[in-house]
Design a protein around this ligand. Structure first.
Ligand code: ZN
Length: 178
């Protein structure tokens, strides 16, 4: 476990591996936004469901673009738990273990924000550690992209502020509806 924290940039061997990471990050983001959209549909928040669906589409589009940019390059197959995230954070799916059935738009957006920030940190760290000019060019491009995602989610958070204390208290929880 601790070994994964040493030398992130050095751990990525070349452009193909970098693109494979970027592709996996986009695919994961798309799945996350679909899940958040599902969650918002459960809560009848059509506005945010539509928005998360749109973000999922945006990430899927970018994932396809990365494959196109890779062209004939053969990308190594990666698994999510092989991504060396900066810091000691675990894989993103862990966030959903805590998803509350009363999760508000604010909670959904905070999950999205944390994930986008982590993706941004990933490429930022890569920019700072990689020696190869070609790899840095790609890393900088992806860092910009993720910075844009962070800003977008932050703007949304301004519209969906943190709910007042006591949001999780429900007089009629689903478990009692028998
Ligand atoms: Zn992103």
């Amino acid at each position: 476990m601790s070994a994964a924290r040493a030398g992130k940039g050095a751990a990525i061997a070349g452009v193909a591996e970098l693109l494979a990471h970027a592709h996996l990050i986009e695919v994961e983001a798309a799945e996350r936004y679909h899940m958040l959209a599902d969650q918002m549909e459960v809560h009848n928040n059509a506005e945010l469901a539509t928005l998360f669906r749109k973000l999922a589409g945006h990430e899927e589009h970018h994932a396809r673009e990365i494959l196109e940019q890779a062209g004939d390059m053969e990308l190594p197959e990666l698994k999510l738990d092989e991504i060396k995230w900066p810091g000691a954070e675990g894989p993103e799916t862990a966030d959903f273990g805590e998803a509350h059935y009363l999760m508000t738009p604010w909670h959904a957006l905070m999950i999205a924000l944390e994930a986008e920030r982590r993706a941004h940190r990933f490429f930022d760290e890569l920019c700072q550690t990689v020696d190869d000019a070609e790899m840095r060019k790609w890393a900088e491009e992806f860092r910009e992209e993720e910075a844009g995602h962070v800003r977008m989610v932050e703007e949304l958070l301004a519209r969906y502020p943190e709910p007042a204390a006591g949001w999780a208290e429900d007089d009629d929880p689903p478990a009692n509806q028998e």
